[in-house]
Design a protein. Structure first.
Length: 45
């Protein structure tokens, strides 16, 4: 359990260090959502 928590913390830290601000995090999340949506639309047909 401790190992899983440590891994989750490490991944979160790596992700958040790429986003210097909350606005930057919002843009990153939006871009990821757009990419997922585009992939889903491509694979729908």
């Amino acid at each position: 359990m401790k190992y899983a928590m440590l891994c989750a913390l490490a991944v979160s830290t790596l992700i958040l260090t790429g986003c210097n601000t909350i606005a930057g995090a919002g843009r990153d999340i939006e871009e990821a959502g757009d990419a997922i949506e585009d992939t889903a639309e491509e694979n729908r047909n």
